[in-house]
Design a protein around this ligand. Structure first.
Ligand SMILES: Cc1cc2nc3c(=O)[nH]c(=O)nc-3n(C[C@H](O)[C@H](O)[C@H](O)COP(=O)(O)OP(=O)(O)OC[C@H]3O[C@@H](n4cnc5c(N)ncnc54)[C@H](O)[C@@H]3O)c2cc1C
Length: 401
């Protein structure tokens, strides 16, 4: 039966009356990927989501499946290699959602540029090699005259050339929901608007289930599971702090904002990935889609409401300054912004990063004394790798049990 309101009621009933191998808290891409992998391994798996599926960060991204070209400026080869190869696999699994495109990296001779004339070519070459990109999609270089045609209004001062390279367009929420639907087909018991509100413990003080609240009916009930995984992205600390023992905070959510303007106001021909030009080591994506162009993103440490992070005046000022710096010909103002969205990156507190953009997007799995498995960090593009690693941890815990 298709995932629906009907199956929600049935699943909630099942979850109350059976013991699971695994309960996943969080119905974003991370939780969805884990539920899919676990159900493929024929585990008895449940997943609960307190809002609608993908309502958190997994519907608020830049909507790309990408390997992180910019990490090649610091030669983070291993990080990029793993993720760059994932792109083709995700495309293969969901070709109707994740689609290859040639994207444009304009190269400038300017202070603090991420890529120089020389390093841009090395990075693009390496990006292709690490991603095992086929001949058809290999990078190419274009002269600045071509860049101007691809990106009308782009800053001309200092422009040297452009690189066209492969990355993938995505529909983040749709991908997440498709994965959940497949997990459901494979037997996972999935329910939205069910919130984890506490843990259940065995006599050895180990977590053996979750107390939950059905937000539709207001009822609370218990779900028993041999392993509980916290895949709540920016909420990871909140979910960890519900345990009996005090937990150190590990998350450092940063806010990213995108704005949408009419395509006629920023008539770029393809996705552009560029430095902001503000010498702040930050990069911007500018993406034409369905008659509109959206651009972003900011990367600012965030404290506050996790459900609906607000877009502030500072966000507007910053992004307008950045886009007008890169596209002086566009001269965008607040009046051009039709809509926007903001999301929180579930980043893990680093020992030593100076700038939020420097914090690695790598994922980490940690297990509490009480047995709660938390998966934090990562990107949408590496959801399969995150699921694989989490499953290894879960299987070793289940073996011990
Ligand atoms: C601005 C921005 C742009 C990005 N762009 C890209 C990109 O282009 N490509 C890419 O690969 N990555 C991108 N990322 C990263 C990527 O979007 C995230 O890493 C990913 O979506 C995180 O997914 P998640 O499932 O871990 O978290 P979420 O999607 O936030 O899911 C966590 C879920 O847990 C639920 N939850 C929380 N507490 C509870 C509870 N107590 N009970 C039940 N449910 C609960 C929440 O409601 C939420 O739905 C971007 C991130 C941001 C912020």
């Amino acid at each position: 039966m298709k995932l629906s309101a009907e199956t929600r009621t049935e699943n909630i009933d099942w979850l109350q009356n059976n013991q699971l191998d695994l309960l996943v808290i969080g119905g974003g891409i991370t939780g969805a990927g884990i539920a899919l992998h676990a159900s493929a391994k024929k585990m008895a798996v449940g997943l609960i989501e307190m809002q609608d599926f993908a309502a958190g960060t997994s519907s608020r991204s830049t909507k790309l499946v990408h390997g992180g070209l910019r990490y090649l400026k610091n030669f983070e080869v291993e990080l990029v290699a793993n993720v760059a190869r994932e792109r083709a696999i995700i495309h293969h699994n969901a070709p109707h959602i994740v689609q290859p495109r040639k994207m444009l990296l304009p190269v400038y001779d300017e202070q603090d540029a991420s890529f120089t004339d020389f390093s841009a070519e090395i990075a693009l070459q390496l990006y292709d090699q690490l991603g095992e990109v086929s001949d058809e999609w290999r990078y190419s270089l274009i002269p600045k005259e071509e860049v101007r045609k691809e990106a009308p209004g782009i800053k001309e001062e200092g422009l040297i050339k452009g690189g066209l390279y492969l990355d993938y367009l995505n529909d983040d929420a749709r991908l997440t929901i498709s994965i959940l639907k497949t997990a459901h087909q494979q037997g996972a018991k999935i329910a939205n608007y069910v919130k984890a509100v506490g843990y259940l413990y065995d006599e050895e003080n180990r977590i053996n289930g979750v107390k939950v609240a059905d937000k539709e009916t207001g009822e609370t009930f218990s779900i028993y599971a041999r392993v509980v995984v916290n895949a709540t992205g920016p909420w990871s600390d909140e979910t960890r702090h519900m345990q009996k023992n005090r937990q150190e905070s590990r998350m450092l959510p940063t806010k990213g904002v995108h704005f949408v303007v009419d395509h006629s106001r920023l008539p770029v021909k393809r996705t552009i990935y560029t430095d902001t030009g503000l010498q702040d080591h930050r990069m911007l994506f500018i993406i034409p889609r369905n008659g509109k162009t959206y651009f972003g993103t900011t990367d600012t440490p965030y404290e506050g409401d996790l459900v609906d992070p607000k877009i502030t005046k500072e966000d507007v000022t910053y992004l307008l300054e950045a886009i007008n710096m890169r596209f002086p010909g566009a001269n965008l103002t607040l009046a051009d912004i039709e809509t926007g969205w903001s999301g929180l990156r579930p980043l893990i507190q680093p020992e030593d990063a100076k700038d939020p953009s420097d914090i690695s997007r790598e994922h980490e799995i940690f297990i509490s004394e009480e047995g709660l498995v938390t998966i934090g960090g990562g990107k949408l593009t590496d959801y399969r790798l995150m699921a694989e690693d989490t499953l290894k941890t879960i299987e070793s815990l289940l073996d011990k049990k």
